[in-house]
Design a protein around this ligand. Structure first.
Ligand code: MG
Length: 335
């Protein structure tokens, strides 16, 4: 998918000069003072443990706007419905969109509905677009970061801002969403049902911006932690070193991954962020995160290094493993 985007989409649609454009392939774009994001959701099944396609669509777009340091202003919802979708299911999904919007303090203010023949959509697909704007919390955050890094030349939190010495914080357990979807798709009865972590995180992010010093932030969705860390590595030209013992993973998620033969670091999440923060502010940001419900299991999992341009993990048994960009998706139609 990444290669398809860089080989086909960017050469044709890219090239427009704005603060953060399509070519940056960041979580969202910036034009003037506005952050803009569009995200399509084709998850299967549309209802899964811990959430549904409606909640996922709101959280996905809100989180991509929030990780640049912005607060969402409004959403646009495009529905593509398949003939035969039960009205009751549509009602359930829209009610879920509404309640996730209330959680994030944002509203759907425009949209579009299309109906297509019964093919292979699996019920419905949702495109959720959104705009956001930076507020005083983002300004404060960048001001604090600049106290320690005079060379920081942007007012946004971007994938390319990570530098040697920055600490990397993970806001909670990884793998929950992907395992919840996969166990439903494959109809694997796990003893304890794993629930998706899908959640809008803009309020949690707003709190840590008030502490300040955050330079990069990302929601490790498709491709999981492994993919997100490698995107940072590539765009920031740093090495990244993480410690396996510091990565929070639920025991049932770890067990399910072992049974299914997948790596929890490559599985998508929908309610977590990784945060790159100047080292002087790392403990304070961690403490603030842990005071929130969504971030109570947060950990400092590693740091950016100047050594070599790789993501490496010190394993629990004392070895070293290179974490590469995942090839293909272990779980199809996860988001
Ligand atoms: Mg993202």
């Amino acid at each position: 998918m990444a290669k398809m985007v860089s080989d086909f989409v960017i050469p044709i649609l890219g090239g427009y000069e704005c603060e953060v454009g399509l070519d940056a392939l960041d979580d969202a774009s910036v034009i003037g003072d506005l952050v803009l994001k569009s995200d399509s959701h084709a998850v299967q099944p549309i209802f899964f443990p811990g959430g549904d396609i409606g909640r996922l669509a709101v959280a996905g777009t809100v989180n991509d706007i929030a990780v640049l340091g912005a607060q969402p202003l409004a959403l646009a919802c495009g529905l593509i419905l398949e003939e035969g979708l039960a009205f009751e299911d549509l009602r359930r999904v829209l009610t879920s969109v509404r309640s996730a919007c209330e959680e994030a303090d944002v509203s759907v203010i425009t949209g579009d509905t299309k109906v297509v023949e019964k093919e292979c959509l699996g019920g419905l697909v949702i495109n959720m677009s959104g705009i956001g704007r930076g507020d005083e919390a983002l300004e404060h955050n960048i001001k604090i970061a600049r106290q320690y890094r005079k060379t920081l030349d942007t007012k946004w939190i971007l994938d390319k801002n990570l530098r040697e010495g920055d600490k990397i914080i993970l806001s909670g357990t990884v793998g929950d969403h992907g395992v919840a979807i996969m166990s439903t798709q494959e109809n694997i009865g796990l003893r304890n049902e794993v629930r998706s972590d899908v959640k809008p995180l803009n309020h949690m992010i707003g709190k840590i911006l008030k502490v300040g010093g955050i330079v990069s932030m990302k929601d490790p969705t498709r491709g999981g932690l492994a993919n997100s860390l490698n995107e940072w590595r590539e765009k920031s030209h740093v090495g990244i070193q993480i410690q396996e013992s510091h990565i929070p993973i639920r025991n049932d998620v770890r067990a399910a991954c072992e049974i299914l033969g997948i790596d929890p670091l490559e599985v998508g999440n929908e309610g977590k962020v990784i945060i790159g923060v100047v080292k002087e502010q790392a403990e304070e940001v961690l403490e603030e995160l842990r005071s929130t419900d969504e971030g109570r299991e947060a950990e400092i999992i590693g740091e950016a290094t100047g050594e070599f341009n790789l993501v490496t993990m010190k394993t629990i048994v004392g070895g070293k493993r290179i974490i590469t960009t995942p090839i293909g998706d272990p779980v199809p139609r996860i988001c």
